[in-house]
Design a protein. Structure first.
Length: 151
């Protein structure tokens, strides 16, 4: 069985996929399929800054961080790279700003929804027709780009 066939048996259909392509590695701007083919990666991880798969500087930085700390829950502890990145972003965006890190666009939108409701004191939000905001419950409640996401 290929990866797609295996996945259909154990992964729910809640998160639709664009292809049935199973990949075994990435290098630079290419993905390598389980079928032995080389594919130009146009999706680049979807909505991320694509510096290429296994970029040497990124791999070096990851190894350096792994030697110090694999994971520190940001809502449990403070650690240097997390705070330094926030400080750098605030220095660019303006001293009166703050940073909210999230692990996905949907989580970022959940945070934005909560913040907007908190700051304005209003009970509702408006969203553009045809917009996609994510698949978490709050984000999907304002997503109208595809009815199947809400279903």
């Amino acid at each position: 069985m290929n990866l797609w066939e295996r996945a259909k048996k154990v992964l729910p259909p809640a998160a639709a996929r664009s292809t049935r392509l199973g990949v075994v590695k990435g290098q630079g701007s290419y993905l390598y399929g389980e079928d032995g083919q080389k594919y130009l990666d146009f999706a680049s991880g979807v909505a991320v800054c694509n510096v290429g798969h296994n970029h040497p500087e990124v791999v070096r930085a990851i190894h350096e961080q792994l030697d110090k700390l694999v994971h520190g829950g940001h809502n449990v502890v403070y650690y240097e790279p997390y705070i330094a990145l926030a400080e750098e972003i605030v220095s660019i965006t303006g001293k009166d700003t703050m940073v909210y890190f999230s692990n996905s666009g949907a989580e970022a939108n959940e945070g934005a929804l909560k913040l907007a409701k908190y700051v304005t004191g209003r009970p509702a939000v408006l969203a553009f027709s045809g917009a996609f905001h994510g698949r978490t419950l709050g984000a999907v409640s304002i997503t109208t780009s595809n009815a199947s996401f809400r279903k």
